[in-house]
Design a protein around this ligand. Structure first.
Ligand code: XBP
Ligand code: MG
Length: 241
């Protein structure tokens, strides 16, 4: 069966963005005089929670503070996250996270072959637009038939909801599509939605268990004909699941 659509995760898959997210979170904490600072090691642990607002909530819940203080901090999460998103957009506009190697070649191959492109991400639409604009130009987001961004669904990854939303909008069955992810959270979401899933880990996720993936590779950098290789593997799994 021919692949009809590629559904891309954003952070870690289209581009290695989490260091920019971490810097944006820390700059927002400074702006709001919170006295917080997320080190790389701490942020790697916090990435176990998908979604920046949910990650902030998990962090506040872990703080040794009185219930009143926790309630006050929790109430401030939306404004902290809003500040973080604005700072992140500036970092991305300054070129903080170029597309990962091989991604543009895969996108162009899909377009030449009439394979539709879609996005299923936990991050905000604003972040996705900033990343695509910086990497592929002003009209880049229009190359994606469907853009499923974080708050489009209630339950974030590893729940399958964002992938199910994108499949509904594409009007395609999971069996005709491929998900591209970088993390175990994303892999679990895509597999729960019934998708053939490719994983290209980053330094933030390389130690995770990707046994459930249909194809795991360091990146598409060395794939000269990525769509053909994807189609071969997709067909092989389809014939011997
Ligand atoms: C990765 C995420 C996002 C980012 C932070 O999203 O979990 O939450 O870490 O972005 P993806 P926000 O599904 O694309 O890998 O602060 O906008 O959530
Ligand atoms: Mg990701």
């Amino acid at each position: 069966m021919r692949i009809e659509a590629l559904i891309f995760d954003v952070d870690g898959t289209l581009a290695d963005t989490e260091e920019a997210h971490r810097q944006a979170f820390n700059a927002a904490f400074e702006h709001h005089r919170l006295g917080w600072h997320w080190s790389s090691a701490q942020y790697a642990r916090l990435l176990a929670t998908a979604g920046g607002k949910e990650r902030l909530r998990a962090y506040v819940d872990s703080l040794p503070v009185w219930p009143t203080e926790r309630r006050l901090l929790t109430a401030r999460i939306p404004e902290i996250h809003q500040a973080k998103t604005a700072i992140y957009a500036r970092l991305i506009e300054q070129g903080a996270a170029p597309l990962r190697e091989g991604i543009e070649r895969l996108i162009e191959a899909a377009e030449r072959a009439g394979v539709r492109l879609a996005i299923a991400s936990t991050t905000t639409l604003a972040n996705i637009e900033a990343l695509l604009r910086a990497a592929l130009g002003d009209r880049a987001i229009r190359r994606f038939t469907v853009v499923g961004a974080g708050d489009e669904v209630l339950r974030k990854k590893p729940a399958p909801d964002i992938y199910q939303f994108v499949l509904r909008e594409l009007r395609l069955p999971a069996a005709r599509c491929v998900a591209l992810e970088d993390s175990l959270l994303g892999l679990e979401a895509a597999k729960a939605a019934g998708l053939f899933t490719v994983v290209t880990p980053t330094r933030w996720t390389k130690g995770e268990n990707f046994a459930a993936a249909d194809w795991t590779l360091p990146s598409f950098a060395s794939c000269e004909r990525p769509l053909e290789e994807l189609q071969t593997r997709f067909t092989a799994v389809e014939t011997c699941p």
